[in-house]
Write a protein that binds this ligand. Structure first.
Ligand code: BES
Ligand code: MN
Ligand code: ZN
Length: 503
């Protein structure tokens, strides 16, 4: 979709030819002398319209208005949150097939964040998945003009909103694709396509290279599938070479059957979304390519299928991870942590300023937090608070979860350094404790997006979360300067391996 930004007051908005003109009416709305203001003022006075976010009134061929249809839309307090909520409520009008060109006009001054929220909300409600359903009600909305009292004031925010939408839609696209249209190789091709953008590079490894790296845990998961695994390494070079990067690691299970510990049939189709962590990394790079912030970012994606097969890994099998630590695979359905742990070990070679992994990791996280907030786990206070703040600002919320060492007790094994599962209790936390065994002293955070990455039911589909949170965080870090790890030998890196060697 095409977004444009224009300086428009309501007088000028009345002359805009379009299928739909949406006028946002905030609390304390000050009507001018123009036709639209009069209409809104009248409707407010009679009580047919209220400024409550989402309340709206539709008009057809209103006198002295060029737009065919007009929606007067309550914008609440005008905040980013209220603006988004308002536009979601007006979704039906925006989605209508006869709506091709929309003008969205702010009836008052745009508050910080409201323009970006508006761009995102319009994109969100009008998004249509078409890759394997090309003819069915393709997206009708092709052009959206945002009208504000002073365009220059919000130009930067508008541009970043548009870039973010490109990232979110890229993530949604890859999240939504059925597993046979998003195999590890195809996901790798998608990553390679991002290397066309400025400052982005992509390297893809296959089974031979991954074998040489001794990623025994990752390889164990991939064993049961005919589809060859891929290890994807993306780089965005926005700052000086010697600046420590932020490393993002995305779980890329393109389909999770559970393996030999096979899942029940109902809703198993939704396990095509088990690469939404990977898709969010792709989406972030898509946005970085547009935004060009001064920061270095590495994206790592271990991608494979988790399938049952004669060669598949079996419950009780012990494998050696890249870190040297051995793992007893008690449940082959706890595969996410197995592919991530080797990617986390690999991440250390970048001497990162911070590592953030993103994974549809546990059903337990869905039980704990539902679809509203992603689970946030971190071994570093500054990183945790930066991510939490970014999530709030981007309205892509997360919630800090604990990491007390006692939670790791259940991971003890008689046959390996650890088991890959603990009991049912605190399942999202014990999963995070497993991952923590592979990060050494790198500043690390883990986002469990099992509840937030996609919706089930009638609205089944990928949400593109947490691309908003991550982009907000990275752009924020680019502005303040990424805190660099302490120099020399103290830098994160080989700590895990050394600890192991000494153990
Ligand atoms: N991909 C799933 C997690 C998941 C399940 C996300 C349902 C969203 C909805 C993950 O690989 C998994 O199967 N986790 C197991 C772990 C268990 C075996 C310890 C789970 O959550 O049941
Ligand atoms: Mn699983
Ligand atoms: Zn999984």
């Amino acid at each position: 979709m095409n977004f444009d930004l224009k300086t428009l007051d309501l007088t000028a908005a009345a002359f805009e030819k379009c299928d739909l003109l949406v006028v946002l009416i905030p609390e304390g709305f000050k009507p001018g002398r123009d036709a639209l203001s009069s209409l809104a003022a009248l409707a407010l006075k009679s009580g047919d319209l209220s400024t409550k976010a989402g309340k709206h009134l539709q008009l057809y061929q209103a006198p002295a208005v060029a737009a065919r249809r007009v929606v007067l839309l309550g914008q609440g307090d005008g905040s980013a949150r209220a603006t988004r909520q308002a536009l979601q409520s007006a979704g039906a009008a925006l989605k209508a097939p006869q709506t091709k060109r929309v003008v969205l006009c702010f009836g008052g001054k745009a508050q910080p964040g409201a323009v970006s929220a508006a761009v995102q909300a319009v994109a969100d409600v009008s998004y249509v998945y078409t890759t394997t359903k090309p003819k069915a009600d393709a997206r009708s909305l092709t052009r959206c003009v945002l009208g504000v009292p002073q365009a220059t004031d919000v130009r930067e925010e508008f541009d970043s909103g548009v870039a973010l939408v490109a990232g979110i839609e890229f993530a949604r696209e890859w999240g939504n694709r059925p597993a046979n249209h998003s195999t590890p190789s195809l996901v790798a091709d998608a990553a390679k396509s991002l290397a066309k953008l400025p400052r982005i590079q992509c390297k893809v490894m296959g089974p031979a290279e991954v074998g040489r790296l001794k990623m025994g845990a990752f390889m164990a998961v991939a064993r049961g599938s005919e589809e060859p695994l891929r290890f994807i390494e993306l780089r965005y070079n926005g700052a000086a070479k010697d600046k420590a990067p932020v490393v993002l690691v995305g779980k890329g299970i393109t389909f999770d059957t559970g393996g030999i510990s096979i899942k029940p049939a109902p809703e198993m189709d939704e396990m095509k979304f088990d690469m939404c962590g990977a898709a969010s990394v792709l989406g972030v790079f898509r946005a970085l390519g547009e935004l060009q912030p001064s920061i270095n970012v590495v994206g790592l994606i271990p991608a494979c299928e988790n399938m049952p097969d004669g060669r598949a890994v079996k419950p009780g099998d012990v494998v050696t991870s890249m870190s040297g630590q051995t793992i007893e695979i008690l449940n082959t359905d706890a595969e996410g942590r197995l592919v991530l742990c080797d990617a986390l070990t690999y991440a250390a070679r970048f001497k990162p300023a911070a590592v953030v992994d993103i994974a549809t990791l546990t059903g337990a996280c869905v039980i704990a937090l539902g679809g509203v907030r992603s689970g946030l786990f971190a071994n570093n206070e500054a990183l945790a608070s930066a991510l939490q703040t970014a999530g709030d600002a981007a309205q892509d919320l997360c919630w800090r979860m604990p990491l007390d060492d006692d939670y790791a007790d259940g991971l003890k094994s008689n046959f390996a350094d650890m088991g890959n599962v603990a009991g049912r209790a605190g399942g999202s936390i014990t999963a995070a404790k497993f991952l923590q065994k592979f990060v050494g002293d790198m500043p690390w955070a883990h986002l469990d997006i099992a509840g937030t990455a996609w919706k089930g039911g009638a609205a089944k589909g990928s949400t593109g979360r947490p691309v908003g949170l991550l982009v907000q965080y990275l752009v924020g870090q680019a502005k303040v300067g990424v805190p660099q790890p302490a120099g020399g030998k103290k830098a994160a890196g080989p700590r895990v391996a050394r600890a192991r060697a000494g153990a």
